[in-house]
Design a protein around this ligand. Structure first.
Ligand code: ADP
Length: 403
């Protein structure tokens, strides 16, 4: 079965086509600047050169049509006819309390995703546009949705409730949902597989550190707590997001700086984090380079970033009454030797013995970076959210055919 994975944003759409016989990627790409004057389609077939195409793409329906054109192109396509696409899987950021696992798209599921627009106003409407666009272009193809929040629906109420008036939870569903669930789920399963132990037997902390960043405490094989909250703003310091701050700062800044709610929101989401502290960049590579060159603000940003990850690891070790394995993943977690070292060296009391040579290896596979015999094992596990979406979609469609 060939499965098309789609991640639709408001003005972009990323795609990947999988052959599920061996889970290989046949082609991937992205459409950018949808609805703007010159949209760009970048198509990357496996074993063939990249193709770039600039044209006017007014909406998601046209974007999906272009993707299908690319995939079926006789010269650089990956399939000969669109009917080879037997299922489509979508990434959906917010599944609220309604979805604790991936599901096939039905009228009810679409209605529920719409009900959640309030909680994810930037993301869920764009995902719905992607789903509708596939319906228009591939009307007979089953679709599935895989939610960033679903994995964390196992959290106990002690983890997910905020200590604010409970009426707000009842009326507006204000609670911790957590995000990056697909990644935390994928890397925790990969780590257990690498260690050849059942996931249920490992107290694990997974650190997904990219532009966005979150930690998850995984107990009995399930998400027990996670650092992102009702929105992806809470928790760790990120590229441009503040992470945890005193909530009283919001009204204080609004008052002192005469800012509107939207402006404060934008400040915390787009102009904070590593970008604000370093004054250089939100990109860990640039900040690290500047730090090595002696820039004090870059060093402060790097140190604060590492310090905040360390604090969450400590908190989750306490929350689970122990930790056996720590996993680093995503752009920074998989690649930043310096950040992993700074984090691990500061929490050696937990029983972590970092192996510098292993940490410095630049490999793309799942690996351990602690010494043989280290009581707590630290692993680097490359994440692959698209593959998990493809797997869930494949399994749901296969089940629906046999039932
Ligand atoms: P997103 O949340 O957008 O998916 P990624 O997981 O791709 O983000 O992570 C992007 C981050 O990873 C950037 O801060 C980038 O600097 C960092 N990164 C990528 N490669 C390296 C590297 N070799 N060393 C340090 N940081 C890296």
């Amino acid at each position: 079965m060939k499965v098309l994975v789609i991640n639709a944003g408001s003005s972009s759409l990323k795609y990947q086509l999988y052959d599920m016989r061996d889970e290989s990627v046949l082609a991937s790409g992205r459409v950018e600047r949808i609805g703007m004057d010159s949209s760009i389609v970048t198509h990357e077939p496996v074993d063939k050169p990249e193709v770039r195409n600039v044209s006017e793409i007014l909406d998601h329906v046209t974007a999906v049509k272009r993707v299908i054109d690319m995939l079926t192109n006789p010269e650089f396509g990956a399939i000969s006819h669109l009917n080879e696409i037997e299922a489509v899987g979508h990434r959906v950021v917010h599944g609220g309390e309604a979805f604790s696992s991936s599901v096939l798209v039905t009228q009810e599921v679409k209605l529920e995703i719409r009900r959640l627009f309030d909680l994810a106003p930037l993301h869920n409407p764009a995902h719905m546009m992607g789903i509708s666009a596939v319906e228009t272009n591939l009307p007979d193809v089953p679709q599935a949705v895989v939610f960033d929040t679903a994995f964390h629906q196992t959290m106990p109420n002690t983890s997910y409730l905020y200590p604010i008036p409970t009426v707000l939870y009842r009326r507006h569903k204000i609670r911790r949902y957590g995000f990056h669930g697909t990644s935390h789920s994928y890397v925790s399963a990969q780590a257990a597989n690498y260690l050849q132990k059942p996931l249920e037997s490992i107290k694990m902390i997974t650190c997904h550190i990219g532009n966005g960043a979150s930690c998850a405490a995984i107990l009995d094989g399930k998400s027990f707590d996670t650092s992102m909250g009702m929105t992806p703003l809470e928790g760790l310091m990120m590229g441009t997001r503040s992470g945890d701050i005193d909530p009283a700062i919001v009204p204080f800044v609004m008052n002192k700086e005469e800012l509107t709610l939207n402006e404060v929101n934008s400040m915390l989401n787009k102009h904070s984090g590593m970008l604000a502290i370093s004054g250089i960049s939100s990109d860990m590579r640039e900040v690290t380079e500047a730090m090595v060159d002696g820039d004090k603000n870059a060093k402060l940003a790097f140190d604060m970033y590492a310090y905040r990850v360390k604090k969450y690891i400590g908190a989750y070790a306490a929350a689970m009454n122990g930790v056996d394995t720590i996993v680093f993943t995503a752009g920074v977690g998989e690649n930043s030797v310096a950040l992993r070292k700074a984090i691990c060296e500061g929490i050696s009391f937990l029983g972590i013995e970092l192996d510098d040579a292993r940490n410095e290896q630049r490999r793309k596979d799942c690996r351990e970076i602690t010494k043989e015999g280290s009581r707590v094992k630290v692993l680097v596990v490359p994440t692959n959210e698209e593959l998990l979406i493809a797997r869930d979609t494949y399994n749901l469609v296969k089940q629906s055919r046999t039932s």
